[in-house]
Design a protein around this ligand. Structure first.
Ligand code: FAD
Length: 528
């Protein structure tokens, strides 16, 4: 029987995988297969931005991971949604378009990753971007990814920005220009009021290419290796296990949790851990699954004495307006405004805290629906020092990896969270909110002492969904891929997704992940 063979196999049709599939199949001589575990992105809540409030609860679109008990967070197991659908997490995310700070990339470069300074990555941010408003040297206007201003925002978001100004913070209309610092409205990955996921942006326009094959509902179980060369992958499709081969390369774009899991299931990882699960080591690579970093977030929630928040919005009316005219509250991404702030006086111009303002009560990722009207301010520390890790739970590919986020295990991270919490309260106490403010819901007015605030953080902090670093790029003993994202010690195998970031960027992670894929696909195509 002839072997089913493509030039490139991309595993995972998420933020990075869709870019890889598009760009590699631009060359008509390259036969590309994209394998995605989830379904096509048909669900209407994906496309209507306000659907984000429902997406965390739709199990068929979401891997729905949980961490192991977190010691610093009163042993809570934290919920980690990740997209399981074409577009991956970009199909369920909050659409905020942020790149982080220039110094994040200069740090990648200075820590040994030649070619990843801001100067090097800026052209790929621009290449990916079709910014609908901003035309200057920091932005692109002809890329696949549509970036626009929100078509609609809640009046409370204006009040929030007034409160920020009143509190002494500057207002900006671009977090991705010459300066990141300040508060303002987020630009969003939307096109005419609809979500522009990586699948919508990069796959929809090219899915009919003859040399591009897309398999959905297809679960990759491992990479097939011959000695130290990747030859293909093993996939479960329509209930059957099959092997499919790559004449050039296998590219893992399964995200920060699944790509390292796939490496480990294939025998690439820490021998001491693999042997516990009877997996034969093909290549001992100590960094696989290590160096896990994430932004931990805490929400201040305030009651509002007027029915103007999204809590009591008429969903039917908003849905009709969205489907008929692509306008109104249905186009809101919920996290409409926010900003970046620098508290560390030694770090000129490099913000260390990020805020997202939501004109609604938000608790437990929106899973705890509470009565009443309110507004919420998220806050996270952008450059945590705490490091976590992933471990296989077993050699069964269908069993999720064990996630040890190890949040707040470094005392400095605590300092920033507490400083940030003070700023959340400062902003909500500004007089701009005087006519709207009712009692504080979380943590509540009686929580005032440092000890009480610490306990509040232990009880309530959650992920803001930015895990990275588990297949770190670099040359040290914990690095998994080199500067071209080739897995150390293995031929024809790359990892291209958020897992390769050596350190977290100071902002949301979708645009940086797309940039990474733009850069590496360019690298691959120019060497074909
Ligand atoms: C709820 C939420 C809100 C967020 N909000 C924002 C935001 O507002 N702005 C922002 O910039 N970032 C945001 N993020 C983060 C951002 O979306 C992610 O960092 C980014 O999407 C990661 O891209 P990726 O390609 O690494 O992984 P993903 O996009 O998660 O893609 C991985 C893909 O691989 C597939 N896959 C995994 N394993 C297998 C396998 N074995 N076989 C086949 N397929 C597999 C998955 O199903 C998935 O489709 C958010 C994330 C979440 C979850």
């Amino acid at each position: 029987m002839t072997k089913l063979t493509f030039d490139y196999i991309v595993v995972g049709g998420g933020s990075a995988g869709c870019v890889m599939a598009n760009r590699l199949s631009e060359n008509p001589d390259c036969k590309v297969l994209l394998i995605e575990a989830g379904s096509k992105d048909w669900h209407p809540y994906i496309h209507m931005p306000a659907g984000i409030s429902k997406l965390v609860n739709i199990n068929s679109l979401n891997w729905g991971y949980y961490t192991e008990p977190e010691a610093q967070l009163n042993n809570r197991k934290l919920y980690w949604p990740r997209g399981k659908v074409l577009g991956g997490s970009s199909s369920i995310n909050a659409m905020c378009y942020c790149r982080g700070h220039k110094k994040d990339y200069d740090l990648w470069e200075s820590s040994g990753n030649h070619g990843w300074s801001f100067k090097d990555v800026l052209p790929y941010f621009k290449k990916s971007e079709n910014n609908h408003r901003i035309i200057n040297e920091y932005h692109g206007n002809s890329g696949y990814l549509n970036v626009s201003d929100l078509k609609y925002h809640n009046p409370l978001s204006d009040v929030f920005l007034q409160a920020c100004e009143e509190s002494g913070y500057n207002i900006t209309d671009d977090f991705n220009g010459s300066k990141q610092r300040g508060f303002g409205f987020y630009q969003v990955t939307q096109n005419n009021g609809s979500r522009n996921s990586s699948a919508q942006a990069y796959l929809s326009p090219v899915k009919s290419r003859d040399n591009l094959t897309i398999w959905t509902k297809s679960y990759c179980q491992k990479v097939l290796l011959e000695k130290n060369t990747a030859k293909g992958v093993e996939v479960i499709r329509s209930g059957k296990t099959q092997s499919v081969f790559a004449s050039k390369e296998v590219i893992l774009s399964g995200g920060a949790l699944n790509s390292p899991q796939l490496l480990m299931l294939s025998g690439i990882g820490r021998t001491q851990d693999l042997s516990k699960h009877n997996i034969k080591t093909q290549h001992d690579l100590q960094g696989v699954g290590m160096n896990l970093q994430d932004h931990l977030d805490v929400c201040l929630v305030q009651s509002c004495n007027q029915k103007i928040t999204y809590d009591t919005l008429c969903e039917i009316k908003a849905g009709m307006q969205y489907y008929l005219f692509k306008s109104g509250p249905g186009t809101s991404n919920a996290a409409e405004a926010g900003g970046f702030l620098k508290t560390d006086l030694n770090n000129e111009e490099w913000p260390d805290l990020q805020f997202h303002f939501v004109p609604a009560i938000l608790d437990d990722h929106g899973r705890n629906r509470m009565k009443g009207n309110g507004y919420t301010l998220h806050m996270c520390y952008l450059r945590p020092e705490s490091r976590g890790k992933l471990e296989l739970a077993s050699n069964n590919p269908h069993q999720p990896v064990k996630i040890y986020a190890n949040y707040l295990t470094e005392s400095n991270d605590w300092n920033y969270m507490k400083k940030g919490f003070e700023i959340q309260r400062q902003i909500f106490s500004a007089s701009a909110f005087d006519e709207l403010r009712d009692k504080e819901i979380f943590p509540g007015d009686d929580i005032q002492s440092e000890k009480q605030i610490e306990e509040f953080i232990r009880n309530k902090a959650e992920t803001i969904y930015h895990p990275v670093g588990t297949c770190k790029m670099g040359n040290d003993e914990l690095s998994v891929v080199d500067g071209k994202l080739r897995v150390h010690g293995i031929e024809n195998l790359r990892v291209v997704d958020a897992s390769i970031m050596p350190t977290l960027v100071s902002g949301n992670t979708n645009a940086p992940t797309i940039m990474i894929a733009e850069k590496i696909s360019d690298e691959i195509l120019s060497s074909v």
